[in-house]
Design a protein around this ligand. Structure first.
Ligand code: COA
Length: 170
């Protein structure tokens, strides 16, 4: 098992399609997620977004197979980075992969010089909430004050979401 970013692997159309399929499979287990984006929508939201950073799109590989991802976005100049999605294929869960992926994402965020890493999740998503707490994330209400481009796809309008924040000291 190994971790590598899209920056390291090469940001190709072929890899983006594999990342899409991986994200789609993992997202099916997010409570209340509903239908997943089409590939074109996904490209717009994830890869064409202001905060997209190839070095923040971190993948877990089992041999050549993609088995997990953690995507952290960062808009230069902002004091925080945002974890867009963490997912691990069902076949590879409970082996510490999400923890390893998020740890790598937080390390990348430190490299950008941010003081805080933020994320959101469904209130009923016990696996990710538990994993986040182990990593040092704290509950926060930052969403209530959120007035940034990351809300442009409407995710923050959903009342079922809650938010967590990982201060630099964690
Ligand atoms: C959430 C998810 C990424 C966790 O991936 P993972 O690789 O299995 O997580 P880890 O092995 O690093 O687990 C770390 C800790 O989180 C907690 N945890 C993970 N899965 C859990 C579960 N199903 N129930 C309760 N706690 C869980 C445990 O404390 C675990 O440590 P332990 O295995 O030593 O007890 C994975 O279940 C997944 O892809 N879910 C669907 C997508 C999703 O919901 N993503 C989050 C979107 S906000």
């Amino acid at each position: 098992m190994s971790l590598a970013s899209i920056a390291e692997l090469g940001d190709t159309e072929q890899l983006r399609r594999r990342v899409y399929e991986l994200n789609k499979e993992c997202a099916a287990d997010i409570p209340g997620r509903g239908e997943f984006f089409s590939y074109d929508e996904y490209i717009q939201r994830r890869f064409a977004a202001d905060g997209y950073q190839p070095e923040g799109a971190i993948l877990a590989l089992d041999g050549d197979a993609l088995v997990g991802l953690c995507v952290i976005s960062y808009v230069p100049g902002r004091e925080w980075a945002f974890i867009e999605m963490t997912g691990v294929r069902r076949s590879h869960r409970r082996r510490g992969l999400a923890t390893a992926l998020k740890t790598a994402a937080i390390r990348q965020a430190r490299g950008w010089g941010v003081s805080t890493v933020r994320t959101v999740h469904h209130r009923g998503n016990t696996p990710i909430i538990t994993a986040n707490r182990v990593l040092g994330f704290l509950d926060t209400n930052f969403m209530l004050n959120l007035d940034t481009p990351v809300s442009r796809d409407g995710r923050f309008d959903r009342p079922v979401k809650s938010a967590m924040s990982c201060p630099d000291s964690a």
